[in-house]
Design a protein around this ligand. Structure first.
Ligand code: FAD
Length: 439
């Protein structure tokens, strides 16, 4: 039995090879686990269901989808179909790894973990003294030196997929749920879309990535994050097309954050740097109102509002703007980073616990390798610098479409557009004073 989780594909999939070594016939399973579905908003859920439909099609309509707690579901299905072993790619997240230990214990057949969603599994790269890395650059060097395997040669025909409906008294199959109604315009889901998106980026835009990746108004990044999140493609497949360079470095960030979370599972909820536990944050009703305005994209700071509205419109936000809106929430509104992280996880189709929480902590200053707390992004000059013609803001904030060029970042008295909810220069001072108290 192959239990799919964050690996919704059949290409470059060593788990299929490990299963095929035991037997040519396999059953594909996905478990709809409430624990994982609950924090997802409609866009994330819809994207997942579409990926499942794509996988099901590849398996000839034979993917078994069951709702429930995997600790109950797995032993039940194994018994019903008479599976001899269960194969997964290892999960290194705090919930997933503990769940897998419990499932392995509940099974009376072997639970085989092969590979992971990463080129180099979390925990594999350590410093010469055996301790985990806390700083990205030396990690990325050691990670590149460690290297990774070539893509595995697999496809849907690596196993003969059995139809669970053929089994007498077999497990009851749940239909892949219908998509919840989504306002967000989502990218096409599934493995084929992932490979096409990659090929198009590699052939047409990778050459300009260094320059264009920081420009939210330009289609300069790869948009591979959701596919990597759900395993529609393995990072190894991308790395096989890449030499050293900026793009490979970005993939290394994804692996670094997974490594940090693996060594520090509490960093998903708590400050990585405990010094920040003493940092004063605002959580009163004014802060709640500010937070709501931030979520809606109505702060009166155009680049922040454009980003927050892009998140709702597309289930994705440009990386530069993620940094700007996160900095604004933490350092201008003084709201705890985890409020923002939770909102991101609900709406981002690529929402990934390790990348999300640790990037939030990086911006907040409480993470590894953190941006120095005293470096507070100015949302106006960030907008002017990275969206110099205002194209990005104009796309997502229709009220400002009449503003010309760079002036769009300092609108005043535009009908229908709010005045700034806070004064950046003042809030920056407040942040620095609070930081001074814990330094
Ligand atoms: P590209 O620029 O094309 O990068 C290629 C790939 O490299 C990405 O798909 C991603 O897998 C990886 N990558 C790039 N930058 C980072 C980074 N800083 N950290 C980790 N991986 C990176 N990324 C997520 O995948 N999931 C998240 O939940 C997430 N939350 C974030 C929250 C905040 C506050 C910030 C500042 C960043 C977050 N990121 C997250 C990182 C980054 O913004 C996205 O990976 C990127 O915008 C995805 O778009 P892309 O695929 O076009 O990126």
């Amino acid at each position: 039995m192959v239990w799919f989780r964050r690996d919704l594909r059949t290409g470059d999939h060593p788990v299929l090879l490990a299963a095929a070594e035991r037997t040519p016939r396999g059953l594909g399973l996905f478990v709809l686990d409430e624990e994982l579905l609950r924090p997802s908003g409609p866009a994330r859920s819809a994207f997942l269901y579409r990926c499942l439909r794509d996988l099901d099609e590849q398996l000839g309509g034979r993917l078994l989808v069951v709702r429930g707690d995997p600790v109950d579901v797995l032993p039940r299905v194994v018994r019903a179909v008479g599976a001899g072993s269960v194969h997964v790619s290892a999960d290194f997240g705090p919930y997933g790894s503990a769940r897998d230990d419990r499932v392995a214990e509940a099974l009376d057949v072997e639970f085989v973990r092969t590979g992971s969603p990463y080129a180099v599994a979390p925990g594999r790269v350590v410093k010469s003294d055996g301790k985990p890395f806390k700083v990205f650059t030396p990690f990325s060097r050691a990670w590149a030196d460690h290297g990774w395997r070539k893509p595995a040669d697999t496809d849907a025909s690596t196993l003969d997929w059995i139809d669970p409906a053929d089994k007498d008294g077999g497990p009851r199959r749940v239909r892949i749920p219908d998509d919840p109604s989504v306002r967000a315009e989502l990218p096409e889901a599934g493995e084929r879309a992932a490979l096409e998106t990659w090929a198009e980026f590699r052939d047409e835009r990778l050459g300009d990535y260094d320059h264009d990746r920081d420009r939210p108004g330009v289609d300069g990044s790869s948009r591979m994050s959701a596919y990597l999140r759900w395993g529609c493609v393995h990072p190894r497949t991308l790395l096989a097309d890449l030499g050293p360079g900026t793009y490979r470095n970005e993939l290394a960030w994804r692996e670094f954050h997974a490594d940090v979370l693996w060594h520090n599972p509490t960093a998903a909820r708590k400050n990585y740097n405990p010094k920040f536990d003493a940092m004063r944050t605002d959580t009163d009703t004014d802060a709640e109102d500010n937070f709501d305005a931030w979520c809606r994209g109505e702060t009166g700071y155009p680049i922040v509002d454009a980003g927050m509205r892009q998140l709702l419109a597309e289930g994705w936000m440009h990386n530069r703007v993620r940094m700007i809106v996160a900095s604004f929430l933490v350092k201008d509104l003084h709201v705890p980073w985890w409020w923002g992280a939770r909102h991101f996880m609900r709406h981002l189709v690529d929402g990934d616990l390790a990348s999300n929480q640790l990037n939030w902590q990086w911006v907040a200053g409480s993470g590894t390798d953190a941006a120095p707390y005293f470096r507070v992004f100015n949302p106006t000059t960030q907008g002017e610098k990275f969206d110099p013609h205002g194209d990005y803001v104009r796309k997502y904030v229709p009220e400002l479409r009449g503003c010309v060029g760079k002036k769009i970042h300092q609108p005043s008295g535009v009908p229908g557009y709010p005045d700034p909810i806070v004064d950046h220069a003042h809030e920056r001072q407040v942040s620095l004073e609070r930081y001074g108290q814990i330094k």
